[in-house]
Every structure is written in structure tokens, then in C-alpha cells.
Design a protein around this ligand. Structure first.
Ligand SMILES: [Cu+2]
Length: 115
């Protein structure tokens, strides 16, 4: 119980941190454009409905190899992002929860919140 509160609190702090840093908007939509730039996914937080297909259009503006691949580890998805060319990833997540996506080394971080 205490752990749960602690984790939620940490989550909230991280949420605020990223929200402020990436001027991200959390929204429910069918299509979201995500810029990969300056060490952040923008937006980094995406809210989607369960069992509802969503297209994430990644636009990578960071030429460093670090940003080259986006990994959704819990979904077993890993995709190459071409430089300055949109890359669409279509997801339909069945279970509500939080799904993190990162670059290969975990410097870029984002989260999909499925409701
Ligand atoms: Cu990286």
C-alpha cells in the first residue's frame, strides 16, 4: 500500500518533469505526430483508448544514432526511424495500463497510457 502510494507519487513527479520539459499534450486521438528531437519525444505522453487503433507518426529530427530506433519493450515492438521522414507505427493495445517507449539506450523516453 505504502509502496503503491510511493510509486504513484514518483510517477506524478516524472509526469510533471516530462510534461514541463517537452510541452507535451496528453490527448485521446486516432493519430499522433511525435517529434524526436533534442533528447525528447514530443509529445512524450500519449493517452489512448484500449482496443482502439492509433497511428503514431514518428518524425525523427535528431541525426544521432541514439534516436534511430524506437522500442516498445512491453509490446515487443522495435522500429527503425528514418531521419526526417515520417514513420508510422500502428498500435492497438488491448489492456489498459502504461506502456513505455524508448530509444535503444533509454535516453529518449515516452509513455503511452491506455485507458
Ligand atoms: Cu538513445
Amino acid at each position: 500500500m505504502v509502496n503503491l502510494i510511493g510509486i504513484s507519487f514518483i510517477g506524478l513527479i516524472i509526469w510533471w518533469f516530462w510534461f514541463g520539459k517537452s510541452k507535451a499534450s496528453t490527448k485521446v486521438d486516432d493519430y499522433i505526430e511525435i517529434k524526436v528531437k533534442d533528447g525528447t519525444y514530443d509529445p512524450a505522453y500519449i493517452q489512448v483508448k484500449a482496443n482502439h487503433p492509433i497511428t503514431l507518426r514518428f518524425i525523427r529530427e535528431d541525426p544521432t544514432p541514439c534516436a534511430e530506433v524506437v522500442v516498445f519493450s512491453t509490446l515487443n515492438i522495435s522500429e527503425q526511424l528514418p531521419l526526417n521522414k515520417p514513420k508510422d507505427i500502428v498500435l492497438s493495445i488491448k489492456e489498459a495500463g502504461e506502456y513505455t517507449f524508448t530509444c535503444q539506450m533509454g535516453m529518449y523516453r515516452g509513455k503511452i497510457i491506455v485507458i
